[in-house]
Design a protein around this ligand. Structure first.
Ligand SMILES: Cc1cc2nc3c(=O)[nH]c(=O)nc-3n(C[C@H](O)[C@H](O)[C@H](O)COP(=O)(O)OP(=O)(O)OC[C@H]3O[C@@H](n4cnc5c(N)ncnc54)[C@H](O)[C@@H]3O)c2cc1C
Ligand code: FES
Length: 273
């Protein structure tokens, strides 16, 4: 991505911070990002390890376009020590970062097929990067759907992007508790299955989100007839090294940092949820 040694944290400047919901902020980090041979800076679904001196380090999915070489966006929910400290920062401050790490979504395999992406709440970052990748080559993909659920309309993140994407893909939004002016769907993402018209034999699904969301998918992807080996799930686990050395992220015989974070659906045991 940006340094000669991806294992070495480097300083990176916060260009801007946007508040996207009660407890979620978008951080735009500017740097000198070098491109891979195919023009990408990272693969959609990959993550970085971000740190702030004295508050630790944690993984975050990259939410911006893989073709953007002047900045990356991280969308960070305030949950604990590091994320609370990051939420105190302002534009112009610097943090540390290393990466990108992990495998990312298999964009070559998805190419030429219909795609259904499903996510909820703060699971949007890797899916956002995947959508940006697809929209950069829209003619290479079939019908593309995003199903995005949140608790309330105020909890839906990157609303400006959701609007922009409507020109190229079908965006289906659903909330548990609607506001007065809400015109989208209400209820579980699984209730949107009738809206999706795909060639099930040649379709792929990509998901990121909390355990209950993945369970809900049984109800949407099963009726759609997408097979387990065509369902890709981005998983979250506590990490330390990010490079397969410390065993912090081990689940079964897999390292989430190296073998993942994107797995085939049938690789995931229900206890992963
Ligand atoms: C591949 C990957 C991508 C990710 N992408 C994103 C992303 O894009 N955006 C995002 O917001 N997050 C993302 N995460 C999750 C993020 O890395 C974690 O939430 C991270 O732990 C936050 O660090 P923290 O120091 O703020 O929280 P921590 O202080 O580590 O706390 C995290 C959670 O653990 C709980 N906790 C902490 N200490 C204890 C304890 N002693 N006992 C019990 N519970 C405790 C906290 O209450 C909190 O709910 C990703 C994770 C992975 C693996
Ligand atoms: S985070 Fe150290 S092995 Fe995965």
């Amino acid at each position: 991505m940006t340094t000669k040694n991806i294992y070495q944290p480097f300083k990176i400047k916060i260009d801007k911070i946007e508040k996207h919901s009660r407890d979620v902020k978008l951080f735009r980090l500017v740097g000198d990002f070098s491109k891979n041979k195919d023009g990408t800076v990272f693969m959609p679904g990959q993550f970085v390890l971000a740190s702030h001196f004295g508050y630790g380090e944690a993984p975050f999915g990259i939410a911006s376009s893989p073709y953007q070489d002047s900045y990356i966006d991280l969308i960070i929910r305030k949950t604990g020590i590091l994320t609370s400290a990051l939420h105190q920062l302002k534009a112009g401050d610097e943090i540390f970062m290393r990466g990108p790490y992990g495998n990312g979504f298999p964009v070559d395999f998805i190419s030429g097929k219909d795609l259904v992406m499903v996510t909820g709440g703060c699971g949007i970052p890797p899916i956002a990067a995947l959508i940006e990748y697809i929209n950069a080559h829209r003619d290479r993909f079939g019908r593309v759907y995003l199903i995005y659920g949140a608790r309330t309309p105020a909890d839906l993140l990157i609303k400006d992007k959701l609007k922009q994407w409507e020109d190229k893909i079908k965006v289906l939004l659903t909330v548990d508790k609607p506001a007065k002016d809400w015109s989208g769907y209400v209820g579980m993402v699984s209730e949107l299955v009738d809206e999706i018209k795909i060639d099930s034999l040649d379709a792929v699904a990509a998901m990121c989100g909390p355990g209950p969301m993945i369970d809900a998918l049984e109800k949407i992807l099963r009726p759609l007839g997408i097979s387990d080996r065509r369902i890709f799930v981005s998983m979250e686990r506590k990490m330390q090294c990010g490079i397969g050395k410390c065993q912090h992220c081990v689940v079964g015989d897999k390292y989430v940092c190296q073998d993942g974070p994107v797995f085939y659906y049938d690789q995931i045991d229900k206890s992963w949820g």
